[in-house]
Design a protein around this ligand. Structure first.
Ligand code: GUN
Length: 283
């Protein structure tokens, strides 16, 4: 039976550390501030944005919410981002993805000032991550790395398999694991015989968004299994990609959904916002 990695507890611990930093920053006249933009009515996005706002409030970080209607034009959105880029009291800007299909995500990501890009989605920040020299860590992959560190899971020399190649998770996850000297294999929708790769994994990270994708027979005995996906089932319950009940009997460590990676993403977002505020202070 695996150790269940407690993302909620670790997130609370990291957020507490950030709370102290926020209190200190305030004594120096810097009030950390995160602008959160959401366009449209995607129910999952609404939940994520609410959780981000709630965390800001817990930590004493000011949050500015821009809840824009579905029919907002790209031009209108870019104008708001431009104003936020210029606003010296705003440290971080986050535009929740996905955006409605009439708005080009690339244009929006590219318009956010790299110094305020707390998601680390801007090509300049992606380049820093690629080189292994960064100010902002990509929130979800960095949250996974924090979990591995907390549970003293050494990744150096391990076979790590990342399932999913998104710009948000799969690709940056690969880079962070590589930086810590893992041997990394990336699998995706066109991979032939996925199980033949996942069975080799000492550390398996799944970030696809397909309930039941990772079954017990696809996991090596005593593997570390990290489930990044958050899927909502028809009965309203949340689950990841991994068949948790069966895989937990075989793995050495496993993350639950909910209560695993999800809370860590927010903790790293708070960390990035504090980092941006510290950069403002040191300007
Ligand atoms: N949509 C899903 N995950 C994320 C995230 O980490 N940041 C943003 N901005 N949008 C997302």
């Amino acid at each position: 039976m695996a150790v269940i990695i407690d993302g909620k507890a670790l997130s609370a611990k990291l957020k507490n550390q950030m709370k102290e930093k926020v209190e200190f920053l305030k004594t120096t006249g810097i009030n950390p501030c995160l602008a959160v933009i959401i366009v449209g009515e995607n129910p999952a996005s609404k939940v994520y944005v609410n959780n981000k706002k709630k965390s800001c409030a817990e930590l004493g970080i000011e949050s500015l919410e821009y809840a824009l209607p579905e029919e907002t034009t790209e031009e209108e959105l870019l104008k708001i981002i431009d104003e936020l880029n210029k606003n010296e009291n705003v440290d971080g800007i986050l535009c929740q993805l996905p955006l409605p299909s009439h708005i080009c995500e690339k244009n929006v990501i590219n318009s956010i000032s790299p110094e305020k890009d707390v998601d680390a989605f801007h090509p300049e920040n992606v380049g820093h991550i690629m080189i292994g020299d960064y100010t902002f860590l990509p929130c979800t992959p960095a949250g996974v790395m924090e979990m591995l560190k907390e549970y003293e899971i050494d990744v150096a020399g391990k076979n790590c398999v990342v399932v999913g190649r998104s710009n948000i998770v799969g690709k940056p996850m690969t880079m962070l694991l590589l930086k810590e000297n893992a041997t990394v294999t990336v699998c995706h929708s066109r991979t032939k015989d996925l199980a033949s790769f996942t069975r080799q994994a000492d550390i398996l990270v799944s970030a696809v968004g397909k309930p039941g994708l990772i079954t017990e027979d696809m996991v090596k005995e005593n593997a570390v299994v990290i489930d990044v996906a958050i899927n909502r089932l028809e009965n309203g319950k949340l689950c990841g990609d991994v068949d948790f009940e069966k895989v937990k009997e075989k793995a050495s460590f496993i993350t639950p959904v909910p209560g695993g990676v999800g809370p860590m993403t927010i903790a790293v977002l708070m960390k990035n916002t504090v980092t941006a505020a510290e950069c403002r202070k040191n300007k």
